[in-house]
Design a protein around this ligand. Structure first.
Ligand SMILES: C[S@@+](CC[C@H](N)C(=O)[O-])C[C@H]1O[C@@H](n2cnc3c(N)ncnc32)[C@H](O)[C@@H]1O
Length: 238
């Protein structure tokens, strides 16, 4: 029922989309609705909303075309798997790490990846503040993506420490991101980042107007970041 819609969105973005991917998205949506009754995963529970506001919104990250060549991507605060799982369904090439502080969500994601036969996915149950201190994760990723986790100042401190020098941190944001970006200037540069571009995206047949914020990692993150869990959100760098 939604195949033509998803295919035309994928064409607009310039990514491959076929029946196999579609079947996976449908199974994913069924699991999301089913698990949502036991584990709090999403407030969006109608099929139309799931397809447009979760799946297509997630796939819009590919508008940043350099992401298509990345080999290691981490999704920080992935929740029910957004944007990481939709990205993985349409592009099996990269290694995906899904990180979230809530174990029930990680358990759900393991089940989704098993069911959808998605390979090369790692699961990390940790707060980003702790995960980014671990040698196996610190500055080990080409790209860190994140959606709906925190404001840009906080998110920069949570995500940029995962990114290798020369890589990118990508935040999926709503409309009116300028004020947030202004307040995050210092945090971004402290973490070794530099704002590269903001890509405005719309989602077909909706009035949604979102922004993909791309921050390049131009220098290493000082060891003292991220600060301890709790402090980062309570006292954002200004
Ligand atoms: C509003 S949900 C968004 C989930 C998903 N990214 C999306 O767009 O639908 C925020 C998620 O971030 C996780 N989270 C919040 N703070 C975090 C932190 N410091 N470290 C790791 N995960 C965190 C929460 O457990 C939750 O699953």
């Amino acid at each position: 029922m939604y195949f033509d819609y998803m295919k035309s969105c994928a064409d607009e973005i310039g990514i491959e989309f076929d029946e196999i991917a579609y079947e996976k998205f449908i199974r994913y949506s069924e699991m999301l609705i089913d698990w949502n009754s036991r584990v709090n995963l999403t407030a969006i529970t109608d099929m139309d909303g799931i397809i447009k506001k979760h799946f297509i919104d997630s796939l819009k990250v590919f508008e940043f075309t350099k992401l298509r060549k990345a080999q290691k991507i981490i999704d920080v605060g992935t929740g029910a798997g957004f944007p990481g799982i939709p990205m993985k369904i349409v592009n099996e090439e990269f290694e995906l790490t899904l990180l979230d502080s809530l174990n029930k969500r990680i358990e759900y994601l393991k089940e989704v990846c098993r069911e959808l036969d998605l390979d090369n996915v790692n699961f990390v149950h940790s707060r980003a503040e702790d995960g980014a201190k671990m040698p196996e994760h610190r500055e080990k990723y080409d790209i860190a993506v994140s959606r709906a986790v925190a404001n840009m100042a906080v998110l920069s401190e949570l995500c940029l420490p995962f990114v290798r020098q020369g890589g990118y941190f990508i935040a999926l944001k709503g409309p009116g991101v300028e004020a947030e970006l202004n307040e995050a200037k210092r945090a971004i540069s402290e973490m070794g980042g530099k704002l590269l571009e903001v890509i405005n995206v719309t989602i077909k047949d909706t009035d949604l107007n979102h922004n993909i914020v791309v921050v390049e990692k131009v220098s290493r993150t000082p060891q003292k970041y991220p600060r301890q869990a709790g402090i980062v959100a309570k006292k954002p760098i200004r």
